[in-house]
Design a binder for this molecule. Structure first.
Ligand SMILES: NC(=O)c1ccc[n+]([C@@H]2O[C@H](COP(=O)([O-])OP(=O)(O)OC[C@H]3O[C@@H](n4cnc5c(N)ncnc54)[C@H](O)[C@@H]3O)[C@@H](O)[C@H]2O)c1
Ligand SMILES: C[C@@H](CO)CCC[C@@H](C)[C@H]1CC[C@H]2[C@@H]3[C@H](O)C=C4C[C@@H](O)CC[C@]4(C)[C@H]3CC[C@]12C
Length: 440
């Protein structure tokens, strides 16, 4: 027998206070309060008793949502949501796609939009959800508009992630900034109301001065000054997304947007981890320490980043007033460590060793080598693409403490990591072990 708990809404301070002009805000806050009450009750089937006194009724949280936010509840009622994931074939995008299929029961169609479509998409097409693969380019407004038309929610993860100088600054800007503007316009034109943007910690820092950001949160003051095209483009795109919150979409309802800022993502499919692993194998099972162990670098497991996207996308509908226009760092319980020591959590059990308790080369020499690499890249550009891992920017990022400690996502939409640190670690180790050329 499910436990039923009666809660009088007159106990809710917001319900008492709300006025007509603050109806929407009141609804969101009230629902948030009701959700917390429901969570505190044990078991399923919690019922809430509604105000006013004497005419109290019982109603489930779902019913409350339908009463208070009728426009939004329509889609929930129909259980037929169309989601679009841009960049759905990328490292993070694939995890978001798989997470949506597992965790979003209201999904009826999942559109995956990417420049390059991967063969694994085929295996998804046999399930109950209609999976539509769309090959397209976010820089082409008409292709984006066609993909967005009819979607309820857009998760925009597509981006050009390049800190190695492979692409030109113009291309990075076009994909990350113009591409995002195209997604926003497509939402507005087609009447799509919910847009989740994958931003990055790099929007904040590390900054050009290499100042530490030690376990900061979304409100920690920090001078976000950048020169590199990648963080500049992510910062501009994030601003566009946040400024678009509240714009009227086709049909007259407001667009609701928010941005997620992952720190360095790791997990199955992480290309840089793959590169480090193969480099270690080539060097006879060794990697050489270049970064002091005392420099903390924020990391987050890809499964938890994907879970956060799915949750945000779901909850934006119910907590538009609270979450619209907000930014959230992506976090979990991964330990605070240096970039290299963190990688060794996975590469160590796969047979690699990190040589040196301290960096083997002095910092000034690394700076020189990084500058030399940048010069070589520039000189060789007409002939070939020289894009090593070490350059002045990657050295500065790896050498600057940047870690987050926040519970904003937990407070605003009930986020808790889906994967514990132990599970994230085990999954990542298994993936490295299964890699081609693995020492295991
Ligand atoms: N990897 C990280 O550590 C990290 C950290 C913070 C934020 N991010 C952000 O997460 C998002 C995904 O990053 P990722 O690491 O999965 O990168 P990724 O390169 O693996 O994935 C990006 C995807 O976008 C697609 N794409 C690129 N240009 C496109 C275009 N013009 N049109 C359509 N699709 C295009 C790519 O084909 C790819 O599938 C990016 O927006 C990135 O800025 C990544
Ligand atoms: C000096 C080298 C000796 O081993 C180590 C170089 C490591 C770098 C290649 C990486 C160190 C930090 C990484 C970045 C960080 O994790 C966050 C990012 C944000 C995201 O939006 C894109 C990826 C990245 C910039 C990531 C890229 C690789 C590093 C610079």
């Amino acid at each position: 027998m499910p436990v039923q708990r009666r809660v009088a809404t007159r106990g809710c301070p917001v319900a008492r206070e709300w006025g007509l002009e603050r109806w929407r805000l009141g609804c969101s806050l009230f629902l948030e309060w009701a959700r917390r009450e429901e969570e505190q009750a044990e078991g399923d089937g919690v019922l809430l008793a509604c105000w006013p006194r004497g005419r109290e009724k019982t109603a489930s949280l779902g019913t409350l949502r339908r009463w208070l936010q009728p426009g939004m509840a329509d889609s929930a009622q129909a259980q037929k949501l169309v989601y679009l994931v841009t960049g759905g074939c990328g490292f993070l995008g694939e995890h978001v796609v798989r997470m949506l299929l597992q965790q979003e029961p209201r999904l009826c169609e999942l559109r995956i939009f990417d420049l390059h479509l991967d063969p694994w998409l085929e295996e998804l097409k046999t399930g109950p959800v209609q999976v539509t693969a769309i090959q397209g380019d976010v820089t082409q407004a008409h292709e984006v508009a066609a993909a967005v038309a009819g979607a309820h929610v857009v998760i925009h993860t597509a981006g050009l992630v390049d800190v190695f100088g492979r692409a030109s600054p113009e291309t990075i800007h076009e994909v990350n900034v113009q591409g995002t503007q195209n997604v926003i316009e497509a939402c507005v034109q087609s009447g799509t109301r919910f847009l989740v943007y994958t931003s990055s910690m790099e929007v904040v820092g590390p900054n050009v001065k290499g100042q530490p950001f030690y376990r900061g949160n979304e409100n920690t003051p920090y001078e976000a000054a950048h020169r590199h095209p990648y963080p500049c483009s992510k910062a501009l795109a994030e601003r566009l997304v946040l400024e678009a919150n509240g714009r009227k979409v086709r049909g007259g309802l407001p667009l609701v947007t928010c941005a997620l800022r992952p720190t360095g993502i790791y997990g199955e499919g992480h290309q840089i981890m793959r590169d480090f692993y193969h480099q270690g194998l080539r060097l006879g099972g060794r990697l050489f320490r270049a970064i002091p162990a005392s420099v903390e670098h924020g990391r987050v497991y890809v499964g938890n980043v994907a879970w956060m996207h799915v949750l945000v996308a779901r909850e934006l509908e119910h907590r538009a007033a609270l979450m619209g226009g907000q930014v959230y760092f992506c976090y979990d319980n991964s330990p605070y460590k240096s970039y290299e020591d963190f990688n060794m959590e996975f590469l160590g059990p796969c047979g690699l060793r990190l040589v040196g308790a301290r960096p083997l080369l002095p910092y000034w020499l690394l700076v020189l080598l990084a500058a030399l690499n940048a010069l070589l890249q520039w000189l060789l550009r007409p002939l070939l693409l020289y894009a090593p891992l070490l350059n002045p920017y990657t050295l500065a990022v790896a050498n600057t403490t940047f870690t987050v400690s926040t519970d904003k996502a937990q407070r605003h939409f009930g986020y808790e990591p889906l994967f514990s640190w132990e599970e994230s670690r085990t999954r990542t180790i298994r993936w490295v072990q299964a890699m081609e050329g693995s020492a295991q």
